[in-house]
Design a protein around this ligand. Sequence first.
Ligand code: FRU
Length: 491
Amino acid sequence: MSETKLEKARAYEEAAGSKVPADLRPRYHLSSRCGWMNDPNGFSFYGGKYHMFYQYYPYDNKWGPMHWAHAESSDLLHWEYLPVILAPEEDYDGFGCFSGSCETLPDGRHLAIYTGVAHSRTIPGKGGTQTQNIAIGDGLNYEKYAGNPVITPEMLPEGSSFTDFRDPKIWRCKDGSYRTVIAAMDGEGHGIIVLFSSEDGLTWKFENVLAHDTEEAMWECPDIFDLDGAGLFLTSQLNEYWQGSVLAKECKTMYFVGECGEEVSSFTFDETSGRPIDLGLDFYAPQTMVTPDGRRIMIAWMQNWVSLGNRLPGLPWYGQLTAPRELHVRDGNLIQNPARELLALRGEKTEHRDVEISGNAKLEGLDGRFSDIELTIREIPGKNLDRIRVNLLDDGKNCISVVFIPSQNKMVVERVFPEFGKTKITQRKGTVAMKDGKLDLRILLDRFSAEVFVNDGEAVFTTCMYTENGDGVSFKVDGSCCVDVVKYDMK
Ligand code: FRU
């Protein structure tokens, strides 16, 4: 019998992945085993381990027909690669096994629900029909369900798109039944989020439309859940439009705080109240899960469809996920902080207290590419602080800069990377303010990224930097200020 696509991918990744030296990978972020990675999928706790699957094309470091790669972890930080579980080989998923999620079945098996993009049943000129499909497994091997597809676009409100219907996020209700939210598009080209329900996880019924976009964007990768007494809706918005003969893309991730009905049977919110989840240049398609001790953890693709191309030539993999973040809702705002598991990676400590800095400044010991840094910036009474620039992973030519301008309550993240001219957005800004004359930053640095958490998680700026030699932290201050810095090397 000839080799299946899944067997071929498993053999390929085993050979290609094992050739990647550890020092070409981030230290505590999951990166693609080989080839290409985008969205995290099926993030769940199963059989005593965290499981992460992801959108994957093993054969090249650019997007191709999507597979589901697999890794597992005990601490959300050290991931062990397991064999790829899904390959695009059926009529209903021949173009790709797109994003989805996982839950546990009553008999203890692991259920994956994912979007299949068909080669056949296409609408001329519009790509493949998208349907929702099931694969069931034991945490290692998964078999596609004989009854696939289990949800088809014919089940949507009349006029809905057949080719934009994807990214099911599943959860299990207290009575053992299942629900899923899925991204779709109505007849007028507006994104909608639809709710389906199922008694057994296999047979699904359309319930209602939970959300309706007012712009003409596809609301990808929806996730809706109760948190701290509020309803939280996360989505990634992809807007594609023609500029002459060029297909332009805009990407943003948004959150909405509203109110969920019992176990998300409904969701009410103000459609114009969306705010960015992350203010950096590289963040998209986040997915959440609840840990055994009840924390809501989020991990996202540390990249997006606009910032592609920022890469190290010759790197045998492309794509990494963010560090795990613990989510809360405080005063109607989403709060994100590094998951507490990260504290266990802290090694050697370097500390500076109450140091006045102005102009170009470097403090001793703030070097290295793998660090967890707590930085407090304080105004000095009677002295001006016009602007402070914190340079990260600086190699003299390339760096990530975080610029804070107190008088404007503004923070800007910049990717200074002269050799990488292709990305249009190399700068993004957000509103950030001092509190009681100080600003608190927590900065996670890994080999190719910086995640900057502001004021105990009120805002986050996530940005990648694919260079070899940049290092540490340095400052450029217009005016002067006082800083406290505590830096831990990450093991
Ligand atoms: C989001 C996304 C999803 C889709 C997947 C395809 O980044 O576009 O909507 O399922 O990527 O790889």
